[in-house]
Each structure stands twice: as structure tokens, then as C-alpha cells.
Design a protein around this ligand. Structure first.
Ligand code: DX5
Ligand code: ZN
Length: 218
């Protein structure tokens, strides 16, 4: 069982309802990249706009918070259609409490790590995490090159989940996922794949999602 999460970072922001429709029926979750121009050198959506997008999405939404101080902000992104909220370990003052607060709102709690952050920071927090996000690019922009050197982190995380029979927890990869790279990430142990430019720069986003799914598993 794998999940494909198209990121709308490379979609047309002026026509998001239509952009979401293009992937509905193919994708599992819609990946919403929230950037504050502080934690990363780019800005996308504030809370109000994010909630508007979550509200119109016909897919459950996977929120990826690339913002400073997510401890106080994360829960505000929870709404009826928010399936998952992911915060960055590097940005949290109290990751454990923040993960627990996200769960208390009924959303899955994700913990993300940037390329320079070792996977070991996640280990003690695992019982309170529903999804580990191993970034395969520096967060901030779409269209960057997949960092295959992150795969040992994915392998280690997969082993921890196996050893502890944490069958309901997911491992997500985000950055540079395409028909060329998805199989590598799947083989390392990822089961949840964000794809931005691969999907939205293709002529047929829905079909591309189907192809990515096939490619991962074949
Ligand atoms: C990057 C974002 C990604 C981005 C991925 O910081 O977190 O979700 O949209 O885009 P691609 O798939 O083009 O690397
Ligand atoms: Zn993302």
C-alpha cells in the first residue's frame, strides 16, 4: 500500500480548485506546502489561505509546515479535511508536545527532517509520530534534484518501524520524486511520496500519478 501526494507548489495558484480536480481520483492526499519566508527562503500560504484551500480540496490534505514556531501554529491548521500535519524537527521547541497537540485535533502527526538532520532525532519520538518525513531536497522550492544519499535514513526508519511493529506509521519522502527516482525511494522503505513538479509540469497530472504509483511498485 503506497500513497501519492501531489504538491500544489508547482500548480497554478490562481486556479487551485481546478488544479486539485486534475489530481482528484488519482492521488491519495493533497500535499500543501506552507512556507513563511523565515524557516525557508520562500513564502506560499498564510493560515487563512491554507484553511481556504483545505476547505475546497476534494482530497484529504497533508499539510507540510515549513514555518518557524510551529509549536503554537500547527493545531490551527487542523480542520475537517486536514488528514495530516507535519512539522519540522528543526523548527520545534517542544516536538513531543506539538505532535501530541496535532493528534489531539484528530489529525495524523508528521515529523520532518531536513537533509542535514540525522534520522536519530526521530527515534525517541516515534511512539507519538504517525509519519516520518525524510526530506530529499533542502526545503523551500520545487524542481530540485532528488538526494539519493538520504536513502540510508529511510532504510533506518523502516527498520525501526518493523522492529517495533509500528505498522500504522508512514515514511514519506519529499523532493525530486519522479518516474526516475520513485522506485529507489520505495525500495529504501518509503511508502508515501510527495511529487510536485513531476505531476504539475506534466501534460496529464492524473495519469502521471498513476504512472508514479506503478513505477514505485514494479
Ligand atoms: C519543497 C517542498 C516540496 C516540493 C516538492 O520544499 O516541500 O513538497 O513541492 O517539489 P518537487 O517534487 O518538484 O521536488
Ligand atoms: Zn513538501
Amino acid at each position: 500500500m503506497i500513497r501519492i501526494c501531489p504538491s500544489i507548489l508547482n500548480a497554478n495558484f490562481d486556479d487551485l480548485p481546478n488544479e486539485i480536480l486534475k489530481v482528484a481520483g488519482h492521488a491519495d492526499l493533497l500535499h500543501l506546502d506552507v512556507m513563511d519566508n523565515v524557516f525557508v527562503p520562500n513564502f506560499t500560504f498564510d493560515l487563512e489561505k491554507s484553511l481556504e484551500i483545505i476547505g475546497v480540496s476534494t482530497l484529504p490534505v497533508d499539510v507540510h509546515l515549513m514555518i518557524n514556531n510551529p509549536d503554537t501554529e500547527a493545531v490551527k491548521f487542523a480542520s475537517a479535511n486536514t488528514a495530516s500535519i507535519t512539522v519540522h524537527f528543526e523548527a520545534c521547541e517542544d516536538p513531543l508536545q506539538t505532535l501530541r497537540q496535532i493528534r489531539s485535533k484528530g489529525a495524523r502527526a508528521g515529523l520532518a527532517i531536513k537533509p542535514h538532520t540525522p534520522i536519530e532525532v526521530v527515534e525517541d519520538l516515534l511512539p507519538d509520530v504517525d509519519m516520518i518525513l525524510v526530506m530529499t531536497v533542502e526545503p523551500g522550492f520545487g524542481g530540485q534534484k532528488f538526494m539519493s544519499e538520504m536513502m540510508p535514513k529511510v532504510e533506518k526508519a523502516r527498520n525501526w518501524l518493523k522492529q517495533n511493529s509500528f505498522d500504522e506509521k508512514w515514511i514519506q519522502v519529499d523532493g525530486g520524486i519522479s518516474l526516475e527516482t520513485i522506485r529507489t525511494a520505495y525500495q529504501a522503505g518509503a511508502d508515501t511520496f510527495v511529487a510536485g513538479s513531476a505531476v504539475y509540469r506534466s501534460d496529464n497530472p492524473g495519469e502521471m500519478i498513476d504512472q508514479l504509483r506503478q513505477k514505485a511498485m514494479s
